[in-house]
Ligand binder design. Structure first.
Ligand SMILES: Nc1ncnc2c1ncn2[C@@H]1O[C@H](COP(=O)(O)OP(=O)(O)OP(=O)(O)O)[C@@H](O)[C@H]1O
Ligand SMILES: [Mg+2]
Length: 261
């Protein structure tokens, strides 16, 4: 059965694109046929994150009725399929967000998982991804403005008949995480499905236009993102570990037990 997840936040810059790209890449690594799509037709950045900013056909052309969505699907890291949005203002003006529903109908025919990177705010084109997904995942930073905006997005999702699956706390500090999770669940009234720590490797990977789970697979953020993808796809814990993580543990054990045999 196909599952459609929309990553939303309300507040901008909380980590929607980072989560969509990396969780999508992990799902592809787990062997799932996965499409990630940029529904932020005004301020597209999913394509930029993967070096796909110069592609000829994007969601803009599809929503303008000038191309089929099949022509706007590109191969990304680990075989994840990517539908980027265009970056031109003209393309944005010509795109009709109402066509998004038809586009999604076509995409769910050809994948197991469809992850939608939603725009920040509550614009007209931002509401459609909240309504059409099976599950909305709220990406929240541990700060008041982000939590308040996430709550607004949750209420809006429910008003328009959508379903909020859970919350991902991104940029979490190491301390007080249990307290933060409990507080977040109480305020938002939804389950925290995982936390992603603050990790400088995310920015380093972003500047290389590569998902952090590929560039730095053993980094704390990558481990968290892989676990989140595993949670969403029901992959058992022991089957989630990246090869580099296993190598790291192997190397670490060798150093630790050196000379003890
Ligand atoms: N866990 C993290 N640790 C460190 N930096 C992070 C983390 N998550 C995201 N960032 C950085 O924060 C910035 C915003 O992230 P991202 O672009 O994913 O957010 P967004 O919600 O998609 O933003 P927008 O609303 O503008 O589309 C990026 O520069 C990204 O590299
Ligand atoms: Mg974004």
């Amino acid at each position: 059965m196909v599952r459609v997840f929309t990553f939303a936040s309300g507040k901008g810059g909380t980590g929607k694109t980072t989560s969509t790209v990396n969780i999508g890449t992990c799902l592809a690594q787990f062997g799932k046929n996965t499409i990630i799509m940029d529904a932020d037709i005004g301020m597209a950045n999913l394509g930029l994150a993967l070096g796909l900013e110069d592609v000829p056909v994007t969601l803009h052309e599809v929503l303008a009725g000038k191309a089929n969505v099949q022509d706007a699907i590109y191969e990304g890291p680990a075989g994840v399929k990517v539908v980027p949005s265009g970056i031109s203002l003209q393309g944005f003006q010509q795109a009709n967000p109402e066509l998004l529903k038809d586009v999604l109908k076509d995409l769910v025919e050809v994948c197991d998982y469809l992850l939608i990177d939603a725009p920040a705010g509550i614009s007209r084109d931002g509401i459609i991804p909240l309504a059409v997904a099976d599950d909305v995942i709220l990406i929240v930073n541990p700060e008041l403005s982000s939590i308040v905006d996430a709550l607004k997005t949750k209420i809006l999702t429910e008003v328009i008949g959508g379903h909020v699956f859970g919350v991902i706390i991104n940029r979490a500090g190491i301390d007080k995480s249990e307290v933060m999770i409990q507080k977040m669940e109480k305020v938002l009234g939804v389950r925290v499905i995982g936390t992603i720590p603050e990790d400088p490797n995310i920015r380093k990977a972003a500047s290389a236009k590569t998902p952090v789970v590929i560039k730095y697979p053993g980094s704390p953020a990558s481990v968290a993102l892989r676990n989140l993808a595993g949670e969403l796809a029901g992959i058992p814990m022991e089957q989630r570990g990246g090869k580099s993580q296993e190598k790291f543990i192997e190397r670490f054990s060798k150093v630790l037990f050196r000379g003890k045999k």
